[in-house]
Design a binder for this molecule. Sequence first.
Ligand code: FES
Length: 320
Amino acid sequence: MTLPSLVLRVTALEWQAEGILSLRLRAKDGAVLPSYEPGAHIDLTLAPGLTRSYSLLDGCPGPEPASYRVGVALDVRSRGGSAHVHRELRPGDVLVASAPRNHFPLVETAPFTQLVAGGIGITPMIAMAERLSALGRAWRLRWCVRDLDHLPFGDWLAQHADRIDLHVDARDGGVWNGWTALVQGLPGDAHLYCCGPSPMLAAYEDATRNLDPARVHLERFGADLPPPDTSGTVFQVRLARDGRCIAVAPEQTILDALQSAGIDVPCSCLQGVCGACETRVLDGLPDHRDLVLSEAERERGDTMMICCSRARSPELVLDL
Ligand code: FES
């Protein structure tokens, strides 16, 4: 599904903590922006070929938000995205963005919600917590940071301090490891959400293994993952609107093959985690290798991430 692009101007860059900035973005033409639900993100094209996904911070944007706000942590292993934001981007710069999309939706009717964030994984949690507060729902947040220098959004933390369990590795004896007690202490109908680095998500998956999967939600950072296995046999991709038929070689992704043919398709993480390259499948059987789609969506087979997924049939027909 290709969403329309937005042209946004950076109207403010605010220092939040060591290595963490927040960006305020408004439509270049001053128009209102598409609304979104908590957990949604936008893909920002920071420079040609450099697109990255960022969660939207404000949880109650209303039907016609005037601006978006995202948080960006400087990643020392940055492949260019966060380094570009921290070193090159200035107020006044204009960026192209995708419309908001949400692969980490909030179940707003849950009687109790437990949020768990590691580091900059706090950004979707801020939006969720704000929405839950506005709805009068019960929630708590376990927030883990490495030290107080790397603790962003201090004003927000102060406003909600009575619902936040803050763990500071450098102050509180190392990495937080209270998963068993946390999960055992939850009401049986609680929903859980986690966003953070890979070791935290692995511990979370382990601790919630016996819970109803419908109550367990997580979002991954693409940069933390090994690249997905994209190898396989050759197959054909027919582009329903463009009319061309493109061969995808064994070590090529569909995205590679399309780009080699001069076809421009939105993409960001290239690791099957952000959803930017999601494309409608009109015919054929996808071989899903992403971490975005649910089991039910995989079984429906009508959409796929073309940066990593392949085909189980000799041909796929895509809505391109
Ligand atoms: S580019 Fe992120 S899922 Fe494909």
